[in-house]
Design a protein around this ligand. Sequence first.
Ligand code: OXD
Ligand code: MN
Length: 659
Amino acid sequence: MVWITRLASISSRILRNSPPLKRLNLRQAAPLCSALTGQQNREYRVIYGDTSKLPNKVRHYVEENVRLCKPDTVHICDGSDREIELLNYILQKDGILKALPKYENCWLARTDPADVARVERLTFISTELQRDTVTTPKYGAKSQLGNWMDPEDIDNELNMRFPDCMKGRTMFVIPFSMGPVGSPFSKIGIQLTDSAYVVASMRIMTRMGSRVLETLGEGNFIKCLHSVGRPLPLTSPLHNNWPCSPKNTLIAHLPERNEICSFGSGYGGNSLLGKKCFALRIGSILGQREGWLAEHMLILGIENKTTGEKRYIAAAFPSACGKTNLAMMTPSLDNYKITCVGDDIAWMRFDDAGRLRAINPEAGFFGVAPGTSSKTNPIAMDTIKSNTVFTNVAETSDGGVFWEGLEKEMDNGVKIKSWLGDEDWKKDETDRPAAHPNSRFCTPASQCPIMDPAWEDPEGVPIDAIIFGGRRPTGVPLVYEAFNWEHGVFVGAAMRSESTAAAEHKAKQIMHDPFAMRPFFGYNFGDYLKHWLSFGQKENVVLPKIFHVNWFRKGPQNNFLWPGFGENARVLDWVVRRCNNEDIAKRTPIGMVPKFDSLNLEGLDEPVDLEALFSLPRDFWENEVNAIYKYFDEQVNEDLPKEIMNQLKELESRVQGEL
Ligand code: OXD
Ligand code: MN
């Protein structure tokens, strides 16, 4: 145990009332605050770990933020079993986690109902030049492709929030690696947080602890500062014992300082900073700088058991559109075996031999619970039976969990307590769901029975196909293939999908979600497109084929036209055979679709209406083209690469001439 001196600092209230501090960043703020107040140095206590063992750069980062946030105690995470037992004990004592005795080492957290999803409108990226971060929308339209804030303004915002924010609490120091520890693809972050729930979740979602510090040495890391924003003593009561500060929530990315600062929310996407903030937003910037791609994509392996041929596919769908289900699919075609490399994020780069290689930077799954069942995803159901943290799901009287989709898997007589605490919840008696639609399971990937043998390969797995997709109730066929790389980049840029509960959007609406990255771009979308296009110009690379899928097309009775889930293997079979250049595709104005009879439909329980699944209504595609024009024009404006505009014009003329 080590004692370190800390400087006292001015309270956030005083800062709030002061004139804006010119170009003051958090690091400058801490010592200045203490100098201003002239308070005496005080000491804080390291209750776990040893700061003298921290690399110098990490120690400085910890110390400057201790001075700023003023936690009572500091805990340096080692990632050990002893540590997590201690944290689970504390979380239980504080009423944040509840044990779920039906399973092994599983826990339930219920959040403040005001802190249940990612908050996109409060998520900012701050760079000196606005245009580095966002496109410039036309006609005064609001940017849908990210929020930028001036560095001076963001510093003022941060200075209004972070000083003293951890008073009475413990600051946890989490060293974590995105990607296998020591892989040349991997990157290291240090997250400082006052939430033990975040520590427990980061332990599942990342490789975390002492071995990361050993690998880091005096190397560089991404600085990740997080606070729930509820110093002690509390000034108002908590809901569900869940500390958060929704009115002050702010998720700030400062790529020019390699820094992320998140305040006020304990919810996963806002607080587990390795995930969306680091692996996607900061990751995409690093990717642009260093020549690689950070994408919102699952990675799966697909093996033909008859021929032994194995391929890897990466697929981008918007949040809550079935990436986890596809990544863990139990194929309905017996001759295929699917293995999982990742369900949410892919870091990809071309290797020296010109193959695109991908790693999953995460170590766990933070999956949407509702809809997951033994029918839709039996592999996920197996994975989550132990060592899992559930958030905002319903609880059962036999010590288990429940959510919409598990109705057929409940034992008789078992009672349900909803995520909002409604005792003996019954579907017919209320219109409140049992589980929040964005409730989650957080579970270790290593427990998934179909993890690919190469999922932790430091070199990554070779990608043969990239699939884009979304929830499109009308007009978009089950599958089509892009004509070439440039057309494929256009298909990604033009992606649209029905909104889901993963973020704070209200009504169901078809939203543009290019590359499924709309909430996660770290830099200007026009530059992002140029970056993607640049790979098409490279010599000596094997470009993966690009496809678009839509499992969600509906018929006139509002029924899904395609059974989905394990049956999606039939689409993957077609994709893989196209990667083998089989002559099974025919040209349409929007791309290549399966030739008659080339989609394997043998053994399907119910016949499918292929004509309806693949029809291309002219009015739909005219509207689609117009919507894309409008979006590109208004949102991407001058930053749209000419190649992408040309692709749109070509689509328009094909739709007009051929449909
Ligand atoms: C997620 C998301 O949590 O995309 O993966 O919202
Ligand atoms: Mn996601």
